[in-house]
Design a protein around this ligand. Structure first.
Ligand SMILES: Cc1cc2nc3c(=O)[nH]c(=O)nc-3n(C[C@H](O)[C@H](O)[C@H](O)COP(=O)(O)OP(=O)(O)OC[C@H]3O[C@@H](n4cnc5c(N)ncnc54)[C@H](O)[C@@H]3O)c2cc1C
Length: 369
């Protein structure tokens, strides 16, 4: 049996462990310092898309992953909290409207299923929307969102049914290295022999890699996605909404509704920096959302702690075995919710079958030297 230890049970570790444990001859052990999903995956806005991803090569990687979600959902055949329906956005000032039209035109030429829509089409899709000025609007039909806790839970259960073992509250502190390879992974109270170690440890990947003298630089990228109390269903068709700022003092807003009726609301761009986890900020965000969705009048805002995006220094994923430690595999990325099905399946090919996936060529760890 090839013993694979996965350090971290977020969405990337869980997706990978699910795929690996379906292979004969591979024994998967998850070591998770907290509980599964406690890292970035639990704080994510979890919009699965390739909308704003550039350059084209990276857009295509995300697009492939988006399409793979549909197959993975079919294969898992369980409640993974997947919300189909697409993403709708609009702009209320001429300059931003022109940027939106240009972006839609560009990603249409890349084959992205999106289009400009009219105000009437917007209201046909989402009748509860209260619309003021609409200079331009678009609809990206394939986009989805995921309830990451449900997905992680299903993947870990399936992996365990196939023989994997999950150790929560088991933080990795050290690697035993012999002749340049890792032979065991240590936690504070146990040691796990291994043939391959995968770092799927989110923002902690940099520190853990440095224990094996591997350099994976990151930048800090704090963000906030607030929750609300349960509300009646307000989004009937689309799964994600991006709304413009209501005035110069506010930022854009993004919003999704979960199966239980609660909302998740963030502001600014997908990489926007935000450290304000106060009740005041959460209330302000919800007030802004109410301007567009008066039907959520009774909802209350629940502030959430800051989440840190795993963010490689150049913004692109890090995927591959480390040159200096040939049995150490690194998986570090922003947009990990989008990329999870692709990373899970393709990294399994690299680990189980020893191939090199061409798509990963720009994203190898050695680019950092
Ligand atoms: C505010 C915010 C919004 C986002 N929005 C989106 C979005 O809309 N779409 C999208 O695709 N992506 C989004 N992301 C990014 C996405 O959430 C992440 O890329 C993804 O969750 C990364 O998953 P992961 O499994 O690699 O890391 P994590 O979820 O962070 O999991 C790493 C796990 O490793 C564990 N760990 C750490 N150190 C150790 C150790 N020493 N020993 C054992 N275990 C350890 C942690 O406890 C954690 O559970 C967002 C992120 C944030 C924070």
């Amino acid at each position: 049996m090839k013993k694979v230890v996965i350090v971290g049970a977020g969405i990337i570790g869980a997706a990978l462990g699910y795929h690996l444990s379906r292979r004969n001859g591979i024994a998967v052990t998850f070591l998770e310092r907290d509980i599964p999903g406690a890292g970035a995956s639990g704080h994510s806005f979890a919009w699965v898309n390739a909308f704003g991803k550039d350059p084209r090569e990276y857009h295509t990687l995300n697009r492939r992953a988006l399409d793979m979600w549909y197959r993975l959902a079919h294969q898992l055949n369980a409640d993974i909290g997947i919300h189909y329906g697409g993403e709708m956005r609009w702009e209320n000032n001429p300059q931003r409207a022109s940027q939106l039209r240009d972006r839609i035109r560009q990603i249409q030429t890349w084959g992205y299923p999106c289009r400009l829509i009219t105000r009437d089409e917007m209201l046909a899709l989402e009748p509860h929307l209260h619309l003021d000025t609409v200079e331009a609007a678009s609809f990206s039909e394939a986009d989805i969102h995921i309830e990451t806790d449900k997905f992680i839970d299903v993947c870990l259960r399936r992996a365990c049914e196939a023989g994997a073992v999950v150790h929560p509250k088991s933080g990795v502190t050290e690697f035993v290295i012999c002749n340049g390879s890792i032979t065991a992974v240590k936690t504070t109270d146990a040691e796990f022999p291994c043939d391959v170690v995968v770092l799927a440890s989110g923002v902690q990947t940099t520190d853990l890699a440095s224990l094996a003298q591997v350099h994976i630089p990151q930048r800090r990228s704090p963000g906030i996605v607030i929750k609300t109390t349960l509300c009646a269903k307000v989004l009937h068709n689309v799964s994600i909404i991006h709304a413009p700022s209501i005035d110069k003092n506010h930022q854009h807003l993004h919003l999704r509704q979960l199966t239980d009726g609660s909302l998740r609301i963030g502001q600014g761009t997908q990489e926007g920096i935000n450290r304000d986890d106060s009740q005041r900020h959460a209330d302000a965000l919800l007030d802004q959302a109410r301007a567009y969705l008066p039907a959520i009048a009774d909802a209350e805002a629940i502030p959430t702690p800051v989440g840190y995006r795993p963010m490689p220094l150049d913004g692109f994923p890090v995927l591959g075995f480390a040159k200096a430690v040939p049995n150490l595999y690194i998986t570090l990325m922003h947009s990990g919710v989008t990329l999870a099905p692709l990373v899970g399946e393709m990294v399994t090919l690299e680990i189980a079958d020893g191939v090199q996936i061409d798509w990963f060529a720009p994203y190898r760890p050695e680019r950092f030297g």
